[in-house]
Design a binder for this molecule. Structure first.
Ligand code: AMP
Length: 515
């Protein structure tokens, strides 16, 4: 292999990890527009932004998202918080004792948290530590460790489990609820309305609109009442956001999944299970499994052959308790009052117990099979599940990557690009004038390209074209000594001369006309 090829091979090794990508200019301008619009629209509804950690204890997600879900059981990026790994082989007393002392001080310093999961192992470790020979603790070498070895070995293995597992967040509702409790937000005026944006991580099979690092914009309303007006306003805000972005063809689907009681969802699930058992042989293996584990999830199935059977299954709307039925009817009425169009979709369910009543999803065109741009719902049991008091909650998460894709597909993806002014300069005096002109123009908010090296005017104008500049300001020594600057409009080729002070005014006026 030649040196050059070897170097090329070297370079090839570094690529973004599968399912992750670089979002580059000019597309980032669209991302910024979307995020800016979210800040503006959500603020008009009284929401405040919360910035959350990218990683949290694995346990938080296991608890909030559910240990049985695909997200937690298969898709999370989890790793131990600290790498005080047990040495592969304990060769000397010193190594053993250093390792164990390390664990001991980590416990003492509170670096190993006493979670439910950890408590047993920590207690066992401390008990063993008590009876540990003092010589070993002090790291003095010459002790016969052979009688201790089997016991220590188990201890080492157990101790390893102690280190907290942390995970890159697969979603942010759990973190928002954690933060609500951690900062005593229950004592603020209720409800507390928060929104967030940022990357989420799930180890899914990548495809169009599905990534392993993807971005969500989400909002949560916590505390206070569960009045249907809250549900309706959350959805109204979402639609106002999509509207402001110019997203076309978005469809809102809503449903109510009642609450977890025998006369409501639990009763329905039992009926569903009974009906599913009757048609079991016509279902695929996934759905067959779910009859036992989570029958509601069968309704999510996209498998063509199952559809005729699923369509005939009992519907939850016919099994809601009177309170949940009234709540749902009022949410629909309030959506109508707010002029929000919706379609009902009885198959829109969420497989976790703490979800209740309103669920919704928004699809958008141009996305292929991954056409959901937003999912949301009411989750009144979640804060309690995380150790807090009973707290009402509702929220949504928008898939920003998909929203961007759909905006691009419907022709709303363009963001003004290119420079306003390219300064073509030649000569020392002209350069000094160019630097000042650039400074003044930038201060006034124009985007300006000032080339670092002198170039012939022809070349400079070509460059200005390539960068998509609107105007070229032509500054030669003549212009500077005459005090008359030449401005060329690149789209028309028109040229005009201005005294320096008039130029800024002219550009300002043009900007106002076009915006
Ligand atoms: P969820 O948190 O699963 O309810 O998802 C909410 C929204 O996030 C979905 O409607 C999608 O738009 C988006 N989303 C979820 N997973 C991914 C992914 N792997 N890649 C891109 N977007 C995603």
């Amino acid at each position: 292999m030649s040196d050059a090829t070897a170097k090329k091979e070297e370079r090839r090794k570094f690529q973004a990890i599968k399912g992750t990508r670089d979002i580059r200019p000019p597309e980032t301008a669209l991302w910024n527009r979307v995020e800016q619009t979210a800040h503006e629209v959500f603020a008009t509804f009284g929401y405040g932004e919360i910035r959350l950690p990218i990683f949290e204890p694995t346990e938080l997600f296991a608890r909030a998202v559910g240990g049985e879900t695909d997200i937690v059981s298969k898709e999370m990026y989890s790793f131990p918080d600290r790498s005080l790994d047990a040495p592969a082989e304990i060769l000397t007393v010193l190594e053993l004792s250093t390792y164990l002392s390390g664990i001991h001080s980590a416990i003492e310093d509170g670096e190993i948290r006493r979670t439910e999961q950890n408590a047993k192992v920590i207690d066992r470790f401390l008990k063993e530590w008590e009876v540990f020979p003092a010589e070993l603790k002090k790291q003095q070498g010459v002790v016969d460790i052979s009688p201790l070895v089997p016991r220590l070995y188990t201890l080492l293995r157990a101790a390893q489990d102690v280190f907290d597992s942390v995970s890159l967040r697969p979603e942010a509702t759990a973190s928002v609820c954690r933060a609500y409790l951690e900062h005593g937000m229950q004592s603020l005026p209720q409800p507390v309305k928060l929104y967030y944006m940022g990357p989420m991580f799930r180890r899914e099979r990548p495809q169009k609109g599905r990534y392993r690092q993807f971005y969500q914009i989400g909002a949560e309303v916590l505390g206070g009442t569960d009045a249907p007006a809250i549900d309706a306003e959350v959805i109204e805000m979402l639609m106002a956001f999509f509207d402001k972005l110019g997203l076309q063809g978005a469809t809102l689907y809503i449903n109510s999944i009642g609450h977890n009681a025998d006369n409501c969802r639990r009763g329905y699930i039992e009926k569903l299970r009974t009906e599913l058992a009757k048609i079991k042989d016509n279902l695929g293996p996934d759905s067959q499994r779910r009859i036992d584990t989570n029958p509601l999830r069968v309704l999510d199935s996209k498998l063509e052959s199952e559809q005729p059977y699923i369509e005939k299954l009992p519907r939850i709307a016919d099994h809601l308790c009177p309170d949940c039925a009234a709540h749902y009817a009022e949410v629909k009425r309030q959506l109508q009052v707010r002029g929000v169009l919706y379609q009902e979709n009885w198959r829109l369910v969420r497989g976790l117990d703490y979800y209740m009543r309103t669920t919704f999803e928004i699809t958008a065109p141009g996305l292929g099979s991954q056409n959901a741009v937003c999912g949301g719902g009411r989750y009144d049991g979640l804060v309690e599940l995380l150790g807090g008091p009973p707290t009402k909650g509702i929220g949504f998460a928008i898939g920003e990557d998909r929203l961007i894709l759909s905006l691009q597909e419907c022709g709303k993806g363009q963001v003004q690009q290119g420079r306003d002014v390219y300064i073509a300069w030649m000569g020392e005096k002209a350069y000094a004038a160019a630097i000042h002109a650039a400074k003044d123009l930038r201060k006034a908010g124009f985007s300006v390209e000032l080339p670092p090296l002198e170039q012939k005017f022809g070349k400079a104008l070509g460059q200005a074209d390539k960068l998509g500049a609107k105007y070229a300001l032509i500054l030669g020594d003549n212009e500077v000594s005459e005090g008359l600057w030449t401005l060329k409009t690149l789209s028309t080729g028109e040229q005009a001369k201005f005294p320096e002070p008039d130029l800024l005014e002219f550009l300002r006026q043009q900007k106002n006309v076009s915006s």
